[in-house]
Design a protein around this ligand. Structure first.
Ligand SMILES: [Zn+2]
Ligand SMILES: [Zn+2]
Length: 217
């Protein structure tokens, strides 16, 4: 595990920063793909999380959730607007070619959400901020005291197709509602975070770069 900030660690993927999983306090944030379960359990050695929480429900975030929750006996949290997708009661969205491919290759099996998250809830000292658009239930976890934002796929610091670093809006194939997604990017920038960590890409500490990007979407 790599320490990113106080009580925030990255469980590195290979290649690094392509699909990020974090240990935020004692809460595991996102679970990569179903193929990453064994790696994540290995990387958690010596740490006992007390919950798995998802920034949103897509195959590269919920993949190993069921396996980890069952193996480590952990409750599962995600925003209530993504709950039915996590539980297999609704299809993963958007219904794009890439999500359909990832359903067959990366997606983990459905699992009950025992803690549906809502705006203003607290998770490991971070506040839940509803930031829909990428999916209806996308959230930012924000820690006021040091300005740390765990942004999931509200914004990417990596081009998801070419893997080139840099701030990017998620492409249409991954975006349920573009207008909402842009409002959520502006919401993230309005928090004026000192550090942003993403579902994809390296952490960002350049406040001006985030503001400039948000002003241009
Ligand atoms: Zn996503
Ligand atoms: Zn993602």
């Amino acid at each position: 595990m790599i320490k990113i900030a106080e009580d925030l660690h990255l469980l590195p993927s290979f290649p690094s920063f392509t699909i990020n999983t974090y240990l935020m306090g004692n809460v595991l944030i996102d679970t990569a793909t179903k193929w990453d379960a064994v790696r994540l359990i290995r990387q958690l050695k010596g740490h006992k999380p007390d919950m798995v929480a998802l920034t949103h429900v897509h195959p590269d975030h919920q993949g190993a959730a069921k396996h980890l929750c069952e193996q480590l006996n952990l409750p599962l949290a995600c925003h209530e607007a993504d709950q039915e997708v996590m539980e297999g009661k609704k299809p993963m969205i958007p219904r794009s070619w890439i999500i359909r491919v990832q359903e067959k290759t990366w997606m983990g099996r459905p699992h009950p959400v025992s803690r549906p998250l809502r705006e203003g809830d607290e998770v490991a000292g971070f506040r839940v901020i509803h930031a829909p658009g990428h999916t209806p239930g996308s959230v930012i976890f924000f820690r006021e005291k040091d300005g740390i934002a765990v942004a999931g796929d509200v914004l990417s610091n990596l081009n998801p197709f070419t893997l080139r670093p840099g701030l990017h809006e998620m492409p249409d194939e991954y975006t349920v509602n573009r207008q909402q997604s842009r409002e959520s990017i502006r919401l993230l920038a309005s928090l004026d975070p000192a550090l942003v960590v993403f579902g994809h890409g390296k952490p960002l500490t350049d406040r001006q770069a985030l503001k400039r990007f948000a002003a241009g979407v």
